[in-house]
Write a protein that binds this ligand. Structure first.
Ligand code: PEP
Ligand code: MG
Length: 568
């Protein structure tokens, strides 16, 4: 038994087997081939295998995420069978007498470049898909080569073999560059995880996240907390940990490798205690979020996807204070259409059944990257081309989202919130766009509801002009994660600075106080949706300051309610 110390991200414990996820660019060698027809047969067999896998993934996605989201795998299958694509691969093998892996990689690169250069945004987005398809084919060719090496003579790999290793499989089954290949619910260990990767994971198969790099204030960490999955960062795991049993203690930030029976028993007892505590907290469902002397606040939840709503309802969220809509864009391989977005927002407002749902317009950029946005690499991405800046610069993207939001507002209580605001003109311009989208809908006879407008206060500039901003909006929501980053000049992604990233800094607390005062003066209500909202050591302070709403990850709803109810 060995113990490793990292940093905690989400206070929960998990016990399970380790799955090592190595993100790696597939290495492809360029090799001369004499028997080109045998190479073509090898390629065809790999293609059939890859197609059968895609078919399995499509069927699984159909059940888990619905036909719209699963459709992308149908597109991938079509690309894999496209005659132009296949002709290019065959020509390289036959004409240049080169190996199939190289032919696929070269074809993938050429096609993806061609798509990226097209004018049409939909076709541009296919560049990432064709790369994906080529990677899948190369992985199938590699697997086939490895199997023919490992297989006793006379036995052949079957294309119909399952994509997923069997239970109790060998350690190699617990190591992959494909997140969907996890053999059972596992502790997933990776160098680092991008928010887009985290959000696409099959949560039912992840017991815990452990990463070598990353910061506790990153969006990946926030997602782990939203998903209520134990997580620890800063663990220098080794390759031979694959398939071994470990305990992830999210309270202390430790990972225990190959724990002995006594430790497993102790930890199982603590997990049971956690379970009991959460059962006790469940008794607070249906109770008011009110202090003993009768001061009440609204207790809302932060979500990143439609599926998080279930947790909000289970934990009695009084509304949704922050729907990070950018994750709809990150989950997708291409621009989510108006219809797709409309369906997502509508489902959230309908499920919240008349409770307020605040959707933040997309905050893509910085660490939240989607390939099809084709954002340039920047020296200071956190202070770069992101969020409202992209939306106002590319109004066609913004209008699509606003149309979808307004249409969904006819089905419940939806509010719209703009992120990363630094000036009054950004708010005025956004509102003007919103009005013109409303006019467009009215002309077409499409209904929309009464929508409250708010802004996130997450830059020092917004704090300083909050009095002016309050006159233009219905509410403020203080984003303490970014407010701390910009006020303290600390990159929230930089793990070296985690220890001095201090949202309790007097500069942050004074900023919150003055935003609440300015908001109220101008007639806007004020909430907090950054991670600090869930910090129960500050609940009293926030109530004394006059906060109207706190919005927290679903798992923190009942603990915060308990804290409020214990105050005088
Ligand atoms: C914040 O900055 O506090 C916030 C809620 O937004 P995000 O964490 O998504 O940047
Ligand atoms: Mg923010």
């Amino acid at each position: 038994m060995e113990q490793y110390q990292g940093k905690t991200v989400c206070n929960k414990i998990a016990i399970g087997k380790i799955f090592l996820y190595h993100k790696k660019e597939t290495q492809v060698k360029r090799t001369h081939i004499d028997d080109t027809e045998a190479e073509i047969r090898r390629f065809d067999a790999a293609k059939d295998y890859a197609l059968s896998l895609l078919d399995q993934i499509y069927k699984k996605a159909l059940v888990e995420v619905g036909a719209d989201n699963a459709a992308i795998f149908e597109v991938h299958k079509m690309m894999m069978e496209d005659t132009d694509y296949l002709d290019s691969v065959y020509n390289i093998i036959r004409g240049q007498k080169l190996n199939a892996e190289y032919a696929v990689a070269a074809t993938g690169d050429n096609f993806s470049r061609m798509f990226a250069q097209m004018d049409d945004a939909y076709m541009q987005a296919r560049a990432a898909d064709v790369k994906d398809v080529s990677e899948r084919l190369i992985a199938a060719l590699h697997r086939q080569k490895k199997e023919s090496r490992d297989m006793p003579a006379g036995k052949e790999a079957r294309a119909s073999d399952s994509a997923l290793p069997k239970r109790d499989a060998s350690p190699s089954a617990y190591r992959a560059d494909d997140r969907s290949a996890v053999p059972e619910p596992v502790i997933l260990m990776a160098d680092d995880l991008a928010p887009s990767e985290t959000v696409q994971m099959d949560k039912s198969r992840i017991l815990a996240f452990v990463t070598r790099h990353g910061s506790s204030n990153s969006h990946t960490a926030i997602l782990a907390r939203t998903m209520n999955i134990p997580a620890v960062i800063g663990i220098d795991f080794q390759d031979d940990w694959a398939g071994k049993t470990a305990i992830v203690d999210g309270y202390t930030g430790t990972v225990i490798l190959e724990p002995d029976t006594k430790t497993i028993k102790q930890m199982t007892t603590r997990m049971q205690e956690d379970e009991n505590k959460s059962l006790l907290l469940k008794e607070l469902r249906g109770k008011q979020t009110v202090t003993k002397s009768g001061k009440s606040i609204r207790l809302y939840a932060n979500i990143g996807s439609v599926s998080d709503v279930a947790q909000v309802l289970q934990n009695d969220g009084e509304g949704i204070g922050l729907f990070r809509s950018e994750f709809l864009y990150l989950e997708s391989k291409t621009w989510p259409t108006e219809e797709e977005q409309f369906r997502a927002y509508k489902m959230v407002v309908e499920n919240m059944a008349g409770k307020k749902v605040i959707v933040r317009t997309m905050d893509v950029g910085a660490d939240k990257q989607a390939e099809y946005f084709h954002l340039e690499k920047e020296d200071n991405p956190a202070m770069g081309y992101r969020a409202i800046r992209i939306c106002l610069d590319r109004p066609e993207i913004f209008r699509t989202q606003l149309r979808a939001l307004l249409r969904a507002s006819a089905y419940g209580r939806l509010s719209i919130m703009f992120p990363m605001i630094i000036s009054l003109s950004e708010v005025l311009e956004s509102k003007k766009l919103l009005e013109s989208v409303k006019a467009e809908l009215r002309e077409s006879g499409i209904p929309y509801g009464d929508v409250e407008i708010g802004v996130m206060i997450e830059t020092p500039a917004a704090v300083w002009i909050s009095e002016e901003l309050a006159g233009e909006v219905d509410f403020f929501s203080i984003g303490t994660n970014d407010l701390a980053q910009y006020t303290l000049a600390i990159d929230r992604q930089n793990p070296k600075l985690d220890s001095i990233y201090d949202p309790h800094h007097p500069a942050i607390l004074r900023a919150i106080q003055s935003v609440i005062e300015n908001g109220h003066k101008g007639g806007a209500w004020v909430g907090i949706c950054g991670e600090l909202a869930a910090d129960t050591t500050l609940t009293q302070t926030f109530i004394d300051m006059g906060i109207d709403e706190l919005s927290v990850s679903p798992a923190f709803l009942l603990p915060v309610r308990e804290a409020v109810r214990s105050l005088e």
